[in-house]
Design a protein around this ligand. Structure first.
Ligand code: FAD
Ligand code: NAP
Length: 526
C-alpha cells in the first residue's frame, strides 16, 4: 500500500510548496492533497456535472462557464469542468480561474506543460471543442512523399542548408527515403547546421516509426505506420555540417517496398517544443544501488527499438501508475559515476540511463519508484530543458552551486567541462547538504579533486555534527564571495545553480549582488 500522507500535503514549509521559476504554491486545505484528489476521481462521483456523456462545446458555451462553482477550461481541444478540482490545485484557485471559460492551453503550456492533466482530469472531461469548418488539408502531397517521390525541388541541396534561422522559427525540414535489398533509409533534411545525435529521438513501436528532430525550440516529427516489418534494431547517423539525419532500418524480408507507409498523427510537422506533448517509452529497471542513506542510483534500460540520448544538463520525466493514476516527476540523468579519467567512451552505453534519486518516505512518487523490482518497467519521456553546452564555450572559470539532489545536473556538466572545454582553467563545486551522511558521491568528488588539478570541491553543511571542521551554514554572501575567486582578473566566468527553490532563488540574488550578470548564470528548473 502507498504511504498516504495523512496531513496537508506537501507539508507547510516543504520546498515542494514552491514551484520552479518562482511560482508559489498555495497551502492546500487538509484533505485536499493529490492523493485525496485521486481518491475522489475513483469514487464514482459525477465530476463533470453532466451525468455522463461527452458533448461538443462551442466557444459561446465555454465562455458561459467562468465562475468558481461552474468553471470549464479547454486544454488542447478538450474541455474540462475544473470546479471540483479548484481546492486541490497546488497553484491555487485564482491561478485556475485565469483560464475560466477560455482556452487555457497557452497558460497551461507556460506553467506546467508536463503535468499529466489527461489522467488527472479525466473524470472532469465535459467534451471537445466543436470545430469551426476549416479547409481540409490536401493529403496528396503527403502520399507522394511517403511514396518516395519527393519533387526534386523540395530536396535541399547542400548549398540550401542554412545555419541561421528566420526570426519566426526554423524553416520546415523535409524528408525522403530510399532502399537497398536489406535496408530502408529515411533521410531528414533539417536545413540546420550543427544538429547532433542527441537532438534526434527515434522509437519503433508496433510497426510504426516516430522520429523527432529537435531544431532550436521546435520539434520536427516523422510519424509513419511502416508498410512492411522491420527489425527492432536500427541505426541513426547525423551529418552535422549539412544538417542531415539518416535513420537506417533493417528489413525483415528482402522485398522491395513500394511505399514507406502511411502518415500517422502530426506526421511531417514542425511544432514549437512547448506545444508538443511528452512522448514516453517503457524502460526496464536493471539495477538499484544505495548511494547515501536515502539516495539511490537507478539504472534504466531503454528498449532496443529506441534511440535517445539526454543532452548535458537536461532532464526527463518518469511516469508511474500510483493507485491507478499516472504520476509524472522530472529527473536528471547522470553518468554512472564520476570518472577521474573521464573519456567519452566511459559514458554508459546509450542503452542505459542512470539517475540519482532521493527517496522521500512521505513523497508520492519516490516510494513507489523505490518499490520497483529489477526487471519492472517505468515510462521515460523525451528530454527537456533549456541548458545548452554552447553556453560553456570559451568559459575559463566554471562555478557549480548545488544543494542536495540539485547536484544531479552538475554531474554531466562537470564531466563535460573536464573532457571537452579546452578553454577551462578551473571548475569549482560548492555542495550544500544537511549532514555528512547526505553528501552524494563524496569520495568520488574528493578523488576527482585530487587527480585533476582543475577541479575543486567545497562541502557546506547546514546541520553538521560536532566533528565537522569544514564550512557550515546556508548559502550566504560571505561563503560565495570567498568561493567565487576568478583564476584571472578578467577571466570569462559561468555559474550553474540547482537545489531547493528557495536555495536557488537566494543564490541567484546573492550572485547578482556580487555583480554576476544573468548571462553568466544558469539555474536548473523544470
Ligand atoms: P513529493 O510528494 O513531492 O514530496 C516531497 C516532499 O514533501 C518530501 O519532503 C516529503 O517528505 C514531503 N511531504 C510529503 N507529504 C508530506 C506530509 N504529509 N507531511 C510532511 N511532509 C510531507 N530529484 C532527485 O532525487 N533526482 C533528480 O535527478 C531530480 N531531478 C529533478 C529535475 C528537475 C527539473 C526538477 C524540477 C526536479 C528534480 N528532482 C530530482 C525532484 C523530483 O522531481 C521530485 O520532486 C522528488 O523526487 C520528490 O518527489 P515525490 O513525489 O517522491 O515527493
Ligand atoms: P535538502 O537535503 O532538503 O537540502 C539541501 C541543502 O540545502 C540543505 O543543507 C538544506 O538545509 C539547504 N536548504 C534548504 N532550503 C534552503 C534555503 N531556503 N536556503 C538555503 N539553503 C537551503 O535538498 P533535497 O531534498 O535533496 O532537494 C533538492 C531539491 O533540488 C529539490 O527541490 C529538487 O526538486 C531540486 N532539484 C532540481 C533539479 C532541476 O531543476 N534540474 C534537479 C535536481 C534536484 P536544511 O535542510 O538544513 O534546511
Amino acid at each position: 500500500m502507498l504511504n498516504v500522507p495523512s496531513q496537508a500535503f506537501p507539508a507547510p514549509g516543504s520546498q515542494q510548496r514552491v514551484a520552479s521559476q518562482g511560482r508559489s504554491k498555495v497551502p492546500l486545505k487538509p484533505g485536499r492533497s493529490l492523493m485525496d484528489w485521486i481518491r475522489l476521481t475513483k469514487s464514482g462521483k459525477d465530476l463533470t456535472g453532466l451525468k455522463g456523456g461527452i458533448i461538443d462545446v462551442t466557444e459561446e458555451e465555454l465562455k458561459k462557464h467562468n465562475k468558481k462553482d461552474d468553471c470549464w477550461i479547454c486544454i488542447r481541444g478538450l474541455v474540462y469542468n475544473v470546479s471540483p478540482y479548484m481546492e486541490y490545485h497546488p497553484g491555487g484557485e485564482d491561478e485556475l480561474m485565469r483560464a475560466a471559460g477560455t482556452d487555457g492551453t497557452d497558460l497551461f503550456n507556460e506553467v506546467h506543460r508536463w503535468v499529466n492533466y489527461e489522467s488527472m482530469l479525466k473524470e472532469c472531461l465535459v467534451g471537445r471543442m466543436a470545430m469551426k469548418p476549416t479547409v481540409l488539408k490536401d493529403y496528396h502531397e503527403e502520399k507522394r512523399v511517403l511514396n518516395g517521390m519527393l519533387p526534386k525541388n523540395q530536396v535541399p541541396k547542400n548549398q540550401d542548408v542554412v545555419d541561421t534561422l528566420p526570426r519566426e522559427g526554423p524553416s520546415t525540414p523535409s524528408y525522403d527515403w530510399f532502399q537497398t535489398e536489406s535496408s530502408v533509409t529515411i533521410v531528414i533534411y533539417t536545413k540546420q547546421k550543427n544538429i547532433s545525435l542527441d537532438s534526434v529521438i527515434v522509437d519503433l513501436q508496433d510497426e510504426s516509426l516516430r522520429a523527432e528532430a529537435v531544431i532550436k525550440d521546435h520539434s520536427y516529427l516523422i510519424h509513419i505506420g511502416l508498410s512492411h516489418e522491420v527489425q527492432e534494431q536500427f541505426s541513426v547517423r547525423v551529418i552535422e555540417n549539412v544538417g542531415k539525419i539518416e535513420i537506417v532500418l533493417q528489413k525483415r524480408e528482402n522485398v522491395s517496398w513500394k511505399c514507406l507507409g502511411h502518415p500517422l498523427e502530426k506526421h511531417n510537422s514542425l511544432i514549437p517544443k512547448k506545444e508538443t506533448g511528452l512522448y514516453y517509452r517503457k524502460c526496464q529497471l536493471t539495477s538499484k544501488e544505495d548511494v547515501t542513506h536515502d539516495t539511490r542510483l537507478f539504472c534504466l534500460m531503454l528498449p532496443p527499438s529506441t534511440h535517445l540520448q539526454v543532452p548535458v544538463g537536461q532532464h526527463v520525466y518518469l511516469k508511474l501508475s500510483v493507485t491507478g493514476a499516472e504520476i509524472v516527476k522530472p529527473y536528471t540523468p547522470v553518468s554512472d559515476s564520476l570518472h577521474s579519467d573521464y573519456k567519452e567512451t566511459a559514458l554508459p552505453p546509450n542503452k542505459y540511463i542512470y539517475f540519482l534519486i532521493k527517496i522521500y518516505p512521505d513523497g508520492l512518487f519516490t516510494p513507489e519508484l523505490d518499490r520497483l523490482q529489477i526487471g519492472d518497467f517505468v515510462s521515460l519521456s523525451n528530454p527537456e530543458g533549456n541548458f545548452k553546452v554552447s553556453k560553456l564555450e570559451k568559459v575559463e572559470d566554471l562555478f557549480l552551486l548545488a544543494a542536495g539532489t540539485g547536484f544531479t545536473p552538475m554531474v554531466n556538466v562537470l564531466n563535460y567541462a573536464l573532457t571537452y572545454m579546452s578553454s577551462l582553467r578551473q571548475v569549482k563545486l560548492m555542495f550544500f547538504n544537511k549532514t555528512e551522511d547526505d553528501i552524494i558521491w563524496r569520495r568520488q568528488l574528493e578523488k576527482l579533486a585530487f587527480k585533476d588539478e582543475r577541479f575543486d570541491v567545497e562541502f557546506v553543511l547546514s546541520a553538521p555534527s560536532s566533528e565537522w571542521n569544514g564550512k557550515q551554514g546556508y548559502v550566504s554572501l560571505a561563503l560565495l564571495s570567498e568561493f567565487l575567486q576568478r583564476s584571472l582578473e578578467d577571466s570569462s566566468v559561468f555559474l550553474c545553480i540547482c537545489g531547493p527553490t528557495p536555495f536557488t532563488e537566494e543564490g541567484i540574488r546573492l550572485l547578482h549582488d556580487l555583480n554576476f550578470s544573468d548571462d553568466e548564470i544558469h539555474s536548473f528548473t523544470a
